[in-house]
Design a binder for this molecule. Sequence first.
Ligand code: SAM
Ligand code: DTB
Ligand code: SF4
Length: 326
Amino acid sequence: MFRNNWEKHELIELFARPLNDLLFQAQSSHRDFFDPNEIQLSTLVNIKEGGCPEDCAYCSQSARNDTDIQAKPMMHLEQILLAAKAAKKIGATRFCMGAAWRSPRAKDFPKLLSAVESVKALGMETCATLGMLSVDQARALKDAGLDYYNHNLDTSPEYYQQIITTRTYQHRLDTLAHVRDAGIHLCCGGIIGLGEGVEDRAGLLLTLANLPRHPESVPINMLIRVKGTPLEAGAELDPFDLVRTIAVARILMPGSWVRLSAGRTGMSDELQALCFHAGANSIFYGNMLLTAENPEHQKDQALFQRLGLRAQEEIKSEHPSACAHQ
Ligand code: SAM
Ligand code: DTB
Ligand code: SF4
């Protein structure tokens, strides 16, 4: 029922369709698997800020970029739990812990496992994004109760080298396989606005949709231009390219949650509404992403009210794509 044999030319054709036709097709796919008026809410917390050894050209937390972010030690368990309780109180169902690491260090691992267990015990879905994982690390996180792991491919295999040189596309695919094999849901997407072309947006979505199984969650980030990074002064992105990328993601992966991710503070309500129409049905919720700002939750609630959208309240244990992939 779900395809993972897409060809590049099919995606290029989708991207080139008149916007109304593309939106109609995306909205139709969306309604096959989801309530079109329900939005899933995830809250992020940065449990280890700055000082990252990787050289991702977009990132405020790379030690190689001259940004305002300084390296800090990992957060204490109590602080993480306070943040999770606050996220639950404002209505988030998933709590995502991010760390500026190439991969987790052995000495931090027991604390990470306790954080996952304690957040899970609050009745929230758990997510983490900690860089590359080994098979054993993925298994241990699963045993602690980790529901989702976020690890993005960021862009196409061809454009990737322009953005990151300290780890390869294959490294990323290996981590995705370790996460999958451990039985953790995958959250994997990318960024647009890196200076890539439409072939690269197609190349990213092609790789995601042709994985053995579609990621359950697909974050589409719009580049936040951070002062002191190599991408600080790149060309402005046409917002319709964001809408098209979301629509194509929705058509290719109809049973996945597509998340309108970084960059919402710079988007109008109208652009966000168009992204929801194109098939986005998840957001990061709460006033901070990792180091960058995100809309205040009251602002999102007011937008939901105006658009007749509802926040997902119940965590669904069964994912829409679960049976279709078997
Ligand atoms: N260090 C871990 C890693 O890279 O896997 C986890 C955190 S990392 C910040 C998570 C993702 O956030 C990146 O893969 C990238 O897609 C996104 N991201 C980071 N900085 C961004 C920015 N300035 N604008 C948009 N997205 C960004
Ligand atoms: C994802 O795809 N986007 C989030 C999350 N996964 C970890 C991160 C966005 C980061 C935006 C820039 C910042 O806050 O530093
Ligand atoms: Fe490090 Fe992740 Fe930022 Fe890359 S995106 S520099 S790995 S924190």
